[in-house]
Design a protein around this ligand. Sequence first.
Ligand SMILES: Nc1ncnc2c1ncn2[C@@H]1O[C@H](COP(=O)(O)OP(=O)(O)OP(=O)(O)O)[C@@H](O)[C@H]1O
Ligand SMILES: [Mg+2]
Length: 231
Amino acid sequence: MPALENLGLEDLRTLAVKTFRQGGGSRPDVLLVRSGNEAAVLKDYGRADPWFRRLVGPLSARREARALEQLRGVRGVPRLLCRVGSDALLLEYVPGASAREVPPGGLTPQFFERFYRLVERLHEAGVAHCDLRSTGNILIGADGEPHAVDFAAHFRRGRSWNPVSRWMYAKFCEADRVAVARLKKTHAPELLNEAEMQALARDRKTWLERGARLIGKSVRNLSRWLLTKKA
Ligand SMILES: Nc1ncnc2c1ncn2[C@@H]1O[C@H](COP(=O)(O)OP(=O)(O)OP(=O)(O)O)[C@@H](O)[C@H]1O
Ligand SMILES: [Mg+2]
């Protein structure tokens, strides 16, 4: 059997042994594929609704691939194994659980230290994740090491001569750090320090965040309404 990276989309799909998320609407299929002792994750935007797939799927796949290329070699980020056609990505599989599956109280102080370090490494490499609030995007590897997945919403550091994009980048980096504090709040509030409590309080008040969330939500709802099947 050839290596997973050498297979086409249809062959890869026949090797699926688990569905992390079912595609449809504006969402991709996310599948665990296995062959012998090789495993990988297939993220396939080709299973979203037809209009979304045609217009947004290839853009999303390309965008995510670009971030993963920029982050290649960064510890805690799954390697992009290859792009599969224009709509799909094959990613290194991170065995473990997502933070969504961990009950409150199940994360240690050491985990949060490592998570802050991971966020710092992303930012040093020039990528703000922008969706770490979604606990499904934080994986805890078998060794307890945090990993970040799903870079579809990322924001990259702009050129030094562009103050607006650098300012936005700084804001999104701050939002990533606040996402760590939020996870602490839900899973280990006793570990929150004064600076994190202040950051969480500020976070509730910022108009930028509220505005960005409102615009993001409206764009998502509008594109879903225009591009996906109505129930
Ligand atoms: N490289 C990986 N290794 C292990 N599991 C992964 C990997 N990538 C994704 N997953 C699993 O698949 C789930 C969905 O992946 P991802 O977040 O990339 O897709 P999504 O369409 O944004 O889904 P959601 O809307 O649920 O966030 C993750 O929550 C995680 O459980
Ligand atoms: Mg996700």
